[in-house]
Write a protein that binds this ligand. Sequence first.
Ligand code: ARG
Length: 566
Amino acid sequence: MVNYKETIAKKLSSIIEEMSFEEILGLMEHPKNTEMGDYAFPCFKLAKAFRKAPNVIAEELALKVADENLFSAVTAVSGFLNFTVNAEYFAKNVIEDVLTKGEAYGASDIGSGKKTIIEYSSVNIAKPFHMGHIRSTMIGESLHRIYKFLGYDTVAINHLGDYGTQFGKLIVAYKLWGDREVIEADPIPELLKIYVQFHEAAEENPALEDDARAWFTKLENGDEEAVALWTLFKDMSLKVFNRVYGKLGVTFDSYAGESFYSDKMPAIIQELRDKNIVEKSEGAEIVNLEPYGLTPALVTKKDGSSLYLTRDLAAAKYRKDTYNFDKNIYVVGSAQKLHFQQWMKILDLMGYEWYKDCVHVEFGMVSLEEGALSTRRGNVVFLEDVLDKAVEQTLSIINEKNPGLEQKEKIAEQIGVGAVVFQELYTSRTKDYSFSLDKTLSFEGETGPYVQYTHARACSVLRKIEGNALETPDFSALTDDASKDVVRILSKFGEIVLLAHKNYEPHTVARYVVELGQSFNRFYHDNAILVDEPGVKAARVALVKAVKSVLKTAMKLVCIEAPEQM
Ligand code: ARG
C-alpha cells in the first residue's frame, strides 16, 4: 500500500534541502476541515530559510509535487500545502491494505525488542473492588493491549495492596469476630465489616491497636499463624478479584504486590542510608526534598517499619533488575501524584538514571450519578455489581426486542460489560466523569452498544453474500462523500494507535471507534450495498469488510467484545 504521508514527505524532502525527511513527516497533519484536503504540510518554518512568505512557498511547492495518480489536487492555502487524494486510487489502496493485513492492520513493530512494564489495577486485599477501580484497571488493560499491538514485549503487573499495618488489625478482628464460613460465602463485605468493627472497638479500647501492631510484627517476622491468616484473606480476596477480571477480560503476568517486597526492604533502606539520602527526624527517617519543591518523604517509621513509598522504591529496583525495562508505567490516580513525584526524585538521588523511563499515568475521578446505582452494600459501589446490573438490564432489553437471538446470555454479557468499559475509556483519562448506567446502555450516542451494534450490522450485511463470488471491485464507486469519509477514517487507524500510545490515552482509540462507526452508518444510509452492478457491489462489500475488520481490531484495543449478532 502507498503510505501517503511518507510518500509526500519523501517527495518534499527531495525538494527542500533545509529539512530532513523525519522533520517533514513530523510536521505533516490532516486539515481540520476535510474539504481543504486530506493531508497538509505547513510551510511556516521554511519562511526564514527561503526568505519568502509561507504561502508563496506553498504555491511553488504545489507545482513541483503534483501527482495525478495520487492526488486530485495539490493547493496552497494560507501557508499550508494541501493534498487532496485521488479518491478512487486511495480507496483501492486503503481497502486492499486493510483486507490483506487483517487483524494486523494498524499494528507496527516500533516496540520490537523493547520491554515495557505496565502496572495497573493494584487493588487492595480484603477491601472492595469498587467502581473507582475501573479506571486503573481498564486504562491499564487497554494500554497493555495497545503496547502489545505495537510490538512491545509487555509485562502486566498487579501491584496488590497486600501489606501494611491494616493486616494486623484484620487479624485481631478475625480472631475476635471472624466466622470462616460466613466470610468465605461473601469475603469482601464480611472482611470489611469486621475491619470497621475493629475501628469502632478500638475507639473504646485503644489496647486493640497495640494488639494489631503486635500481630503485624508477627506477620513481618513470618509467624505461622499470622501468615496463615493473611494468606487466607489474600486467597479469598483474589478469588473474588479474579472473577471480576474474568468478566472484564483483564489479564496479568504478575501479581507481585507490596508484600512481595517485604524481604527487599532492609537492603533498600540500607542503600538510602549509605548514599546519605535519608536523615533522622523524630525517630523516623525522611528524605528532604525541599530543594526540589516537594514535601519531605517518610521512608521508615519510628518503629522501623516500612512504608508504601519505600516498598515502591524496592519494587522499582526489583523491576529494573528482573526485567531490565525500557519503560515502567504506573497507571494510578492523580491523588497519588505527589507520591510518584517524591518516589521518582528519590530514585534520581539514588543515582538511578532509569528513573527517566518511569511514567506515572494519572487519571481523574469517577463519580456516580445520584440514585443510578442503589446498592445493598452501604456506601461502596462494587464494580462487579455494576457489571452484573448492566448485563441484567441488557438481557431484559434483548428479551423484549429480539427474544429469539441465539446465545443471548453470552451476548448480553458482552454488551453489558462492554458498555461499562466503553464509557470508562471514552472519557479522556485526566478528566473526572460521572458514571450513568442508563447513558452507558443506550444504543444511541457515543456508547459501547452503539459501536457493537454497528459492527453487528456490518456482519449481517456480509452474511447475506456469504458464499457468493464477487467481481473485481470498481473503486470509482467509492468516491461519493460518505464512502470517501469512511476510507479516510480507515486510513488513519495506525496513526491513531500511535497517538494513543504516545499520550497513554486509550480514549483516542475509543473516539476513533465511534468516528468510524458514525461514518459507516452514514455510508450505509446513503448507499445500497447489494446492488446489481457487480463492480459497484464488490467495491461496497469490500468497504464493509474493511470496516468490520478495523472496528473489531480497534474494539479489542479498548477491551470490548465484537459480537457478530445482537
Ligand atoms: N493499592 C494502591 C491503592 O489502592 C495503589 C497502588 C499503586 N501502585 C503503586 N506501585 N504504588 O491506592
